[in-house]
Write a protein that binds this ligand. Structure first.
Ligand SMILES: Cc1cc2nc3c(=O)[nH]c(=O)nc-3n(C[C@H](O)[C@H](O)[C@H](O)COP(=O)(O)O)c2cc1C
Length: 312
């Protein structure tokens, strides 16, 4: 069984990655995406998106981080992949799932699921640029509007030499609306030989079992479930659901606050805490109470006082 922490732009940044991988045992974590244009980026861009590259390519708890690239410019995808690996990335992941209109307009992310040949070319270019020992993975959705090209897309990614494929069990059109269509993953599993990593709506140990039964794989990627319950990966590994303890989340919130306060503008810090609490309240009733007291909050000083008071 392998458990991977999902890339989540603007949410699972270096700070949350550090916290979550310290709470749960993850095989690796995928960075937020680097939007590749028509030229190689200077190292500082890669370091900005994946600061772990400056600490051996691992989170503080030692979990390897894989840089995710998004784009369709073949030479540039290849050269940026090469550089990210030289800087310490644990392989390269290619994003074929991003639903953002802006990203899709410039022919990156999920829009490429309309063109299996383009997927093939992009993965081939990245694969050819890297030593065989370096893992190339791709992350896709079931399709853009529908699942008609789902198997062709998976086969194209495999034929291009990807070592593994993660599939978020929804089309771009389905966005994030429940349910995730785990049964479709089973069809992809039967169609390709490379490892399949199942993703979408795994938020409990029971979800894990139902998902892997439908998908025919034991490897999963956890996204929002891990944000709401940072110990989810360990619960899945132990096959034991443990009721979430709010008292164990409070120190994490404080640690997150301390961490981001050192590097982000105060206003952003307040926003980031609200963002996380907004996820937490879906699972922890106490977070709902906290949410009500902070949702209109703008002052970082007040937030600091409030969070500090919670810990005492
Ligand atoms: C805030 C947010 C940002 C995301 N950013 C990315 C991203 O940068 N790259 C990517 O491949 N998927 C991204 N995703 C999709 C997730 O990786 C994952 O596929 C999706 O959330 C479904 O899994 P989950 O139900 O476990 O969250 C993002 C999802 C969320 C909620």
């Amino acid at each position: 069984m392998r458990i991977i922490l999902a890339p989540m732009e603007g949410l699972a940044d270096v700070h949350l990655r550090r916290l979550i991988t310290a709470q749960g045992s993850y095989d690796w974590v995928v960075s937020e995406f680097v939007r590749v244009v028509d030229r190689p980026y200077p190292d500082r861009v890669l370091h900005n998106i994946c600061p772990e590259l400056q600490q051996g390519g691992r989170t503080a708890s030692g979990t390897p981080v894989r840089v995710q690239l998004l784009g369709n410019h073949l030479e540039s995808m290849a050269s940026n992949a090469q550089r990210a690996v030289q800087l310490g990335s644990y392989g390269i992941d290619i994003n074929f799932g991003c639903p953002s209109k802006t990203v899709n307009r410039s022919m990156g992310g999920a829009v490429l699921l309309k063109e299996p040949d383009t997927l093939f070319r992009v993965v081939s270019a990245v694969r050819a640029a890297l030593p065989k020992s370096v893992v190339v993975s791709a992350k896709m959705r079931l399709g853009f509007d529908d699942t008609a090209l789902m198997l062709d897309n998976a086969a194209a990614i495999e034929a291009a030499g990807a070592n593994e494929l993660t599939v978020h069990a929804r089309t771009k059109l389905q966005g994030y609306a429940p349910p995730a269509h785990w049964d479709e993953l089973g069809k992809i599993r039967a169609h390709i030989k490379i490892p399949l990593i199942a993703n979408g709506d795994i938020c409990t140990v029971d979800d894990y079992h139902r998902c892997v039964a439908a998908a025919g794989t034991v490897d999963v990627m956890l996204g929002r479930g891990a944000v709401k319950l940072p110990t989810l990966a360990n619960q899945i590994r132990a096959n034991q659901s443990i009721e979430a303890q709010w008292s164990s989340i409070i120190p994490l919130l404080n640690s997150f606050w301390q961490d981001i306060s050192l590097v982000l503008p105060p206003r952003d810090c307040v926003g980031r805490v609200k963002q996380w609490v907004n996820y937490l309240r879906q699972l922890h009733p106490e977070a709902e109470t906290l949410w009500r007291s902070i949702r209109e909050e703008k002052s970082s000083q007040n937030m600091n006082t409030l969070l500090a008071a919670m810990i005492h």
